[in-house]
Design a protein around this ligand. Structure first.
Ligand code: ATP
Length: 199
């Protein structure tokens, strides 16, 4: 999977719509202090389903919406779209482009779309996890991240390796399957009880 384009509107300091091309290879963001470099990386993590406002340096998720300045009023929503190029993963996975969008409105929470279709946060998280990336991907190197990797505990390093290997999506699916299995077992027990009552 490759990131091709990032579009932002009303996200943190990016109050005006911005459309950025992401070229192949390693991308670095440079600029003076406070110009919004970290906000761009956070926009990528946010559209990939980041659920923790704290890891986006906010108190609540609505803090990602442009909060206004002395001369500009605050915005009511923030929207980020990421255009991705999918590799041919075999089976049903066909190569092509997809646009993933996340939008948040004050008082209404977040909504996700993939190619214009409404989807759940979980679908978006799985889409990226299967491609060995995601909101916590080691491919996104923010300030202080290198130090954090060096200081990480073995279990944290294992999570990073699992994410890089693309198996964190499998863990999520396994949890889902286990929940479904437990529900089916509970239903079977109920059915046994009902049948015993009938006999
Ligand atoms: P540095 O090099 O100092 O780390 P940076 O280029 O990474 O800076 P960011 O931290 O991305 O900059 O951007 C900080 C700017 O974003 C600040 O001016 C801050 O006021 C602004 N900002 C953050 N959240 C919002 C928001 N919700 N509304 C408006 N502006 C915001």
């Amino acid at each position: 999977m490759r990131f091709r384009r990032l579009k932002l509107s009303g996200f943190k300091s990016f109050v005006e719509p911005a459309d950025l091309r992401i070229e192949p290879g390693l991308t670095g963001i440079v600029g003076p202090n406070g110009c919004g470099k970290s906000n761009l990386l956070e926009a990528i993590r946010w559209v990939m389903g980041e659920g923790s406002p704290k890891s986006l340096r906010g108190g609540g998720m609505e803090d990602v919406i442009f909060a206004g300045t002395a001369t500009r009023p605050a915005r009511e929503f923030a929207e980020v779209s990421l255009l991705i190029e999918r590799d041919d993963g075999g089976d049903d996975d066909v190569a092509g482009e997809s646009e993933v969008t996340r939008r948040i409105e004050r008082g209404a929470g977040s909504a996700y779309r993939v190619d214009g279709r409404d989807v759940r946060q979980k679908d978006v998280a799985l889409l990226f996890a299967d491609a060995a990336t995601g909101a916590h991907s080691p491919a996104l190197v923010s300030q202080g991240r290198i130090g954090a990797v060096i200081a990480a505990k073995p279990v944290e390093r294992r999570h990073m390796l699992e994410e890089a290997a693309g198996i964190s999506g499998l863990h999520a699916r396994r949890k889902d399957a286990e929940q479904k299995l437990r529900a089916a077992e509970a239903n079977l027990e109920k059915l046994d009880e009902l049948m015993a009552e009938q006999e």
